[in-house]
Design a protein around this ligand. Structure first.
Ligand code: NDP
Length: 311
């Protein structure tokens, strides 16, 4: 049994560094990288960021694909992944906290008119403008899972009125929780800020089309840190141009990196951050080691993905 670390990334952390971290937690384990792969028949588990199809046919004994992150759509949708291969993801605290902070930061930026004051300072103009009152501001959080529930709690603790939305019913103290697609337009109509932290699945891709955007409260702000394909970007631009929506803050876009000629870059009512809201993994790699041991022991895996549900 061997674990292959194969991220294919150079701008984040190297496969060898991850392998070293994992080995610190299980020194006797057989942990390999593409450079040290040896006999591929030994590989039973693979830790990836995206799944490369050309690798799959070389791994006849693969039993588990471990995502080094949260979004598993490129793994679940991979037609070359045999049905018997299981998928697990990470649910670390550090990026959940980071994403909740990202939502809070951009909501406060709007509430306190930070862009307005920065522009006024450039002109040396003293222009008082009343901040929006937090207790009378309604924030919607779409997705109440690992990250969304933390975001909703943080926003509630700061003093916002928080409404949450998920697929199945939820109860979270202080949060008005709704569920199911039919509840979404009504929720959107009440929210001054909408924080989307949903997985990419057949049900969520394109969910924010022209009709759903039209259901949002006039002048409200849409923030997305889940996956870019949630939003029809052309419909978003049209809704902003018509003044239907006030602003959009996007950490994720349909195409990443966002192409230089994308109109999203230059739209005055759009703020882009380059998929950085949940940067730090914290101690999440300990779950990779744990899952390797659980796979070997035949025990239930940590954070196994439901392949039929897509997340
Ligand atoms: P979870 O699986 O813990 O939570 C997903 C939430 O979305 C659940 O509450 C789920 O509902 C809800 N949901 C799923 N489908 C629907 C639907 N059709 N209608 C309504 N609600 C739905 O995931 P996480 O919170 O950990 O992460 C969410 C996503 O955020 C990831 O899939 C990933 O794409 C993205 N992400 C982005 C990062 C970044 O850096 N920008 C970093 C990490 C994650 P229910 O509870 O009923 O199942």
């Amino acid at each position: 049994m061997a674990l292959l670390i194969d991220t294919g990334l150079s701008n984040w952390t190297s496969d060898a560094d991850i392998a070293r971290d994992v080995l610190r937690q299980m020194p006797d384990a057989d942990v390999r990288t593409p450079e040290t792969i040896g006999n591929a028949n030994d590989i039973t588990m693979m830790a990836v960021v995206d799944l490369k199809t050309n690798r799959l046919s070389d791994l006849p004994n693969l039993k588990l694909v471990q995502k080094l992150g949260a979004g598993v759509e490129t793994i679940v949708d991979n037609p070359d992944l045999p049905n018997h291969v299981r998928i697990a993801r990470l649910k670390p605290d550090a990026p959940a906290q980071g994403i909740a902070e990202w939502f809070l930061a951009y909501i406060l930026r709007a509430q306190r008119h930070m862009a307005f004051h920065a522009a006024a300072q450039q002109r040396a103009e003293w222009q008082p403008k009343a901040p929006t009152f937090t207790p009378s501001t309604v924030v919607g959080v779409l997705g109440l899972g690992h990250i969304g529930s933390r975001t909703a709690r943080m926003l509630h603790a700061v003093g916002f009125q928080v409404m949450g939305w998920s697929r199945s019913p939820k109860q979270i103290d202080g949060i008005t929780c709704l569920h199911g697609e039919s509840a979404l337009p009504g929720l959107l109509g009440q929210c001054d800020h909408v924080c989307a932290i949903l997985p990419s699945t057949q049900q969520t891709v394109g969910l924010f089309d022209a009709n759903m955007l039209a259901a949002m409260k006039p002048g409200s702000q849409l923030l997305n840190a889940g996956r870019g394909d949630l939003i029809d970007e052309q419909a978003l631009i049209e809704a902003l141009d018509r003044g239907r929506l006030g602003h959009a803050v996007l950490d994720v876009t349909c195409e990443e990196p966002l192409p230089k000629d994308s109109p999203l870059w230059r739209h005055p009512a759009i703020t882009i951050t380059p998929h950085v809201s949940g940067w730090h993994l914290g101690d999440a790699l300990s779950d990779v080691a744990e899952n390797f041991q659980r796979l070997a022991a035949g025990s239930p895996l940590l954070h196994e993905v439901d392949r039929s549900r897509g997340y």
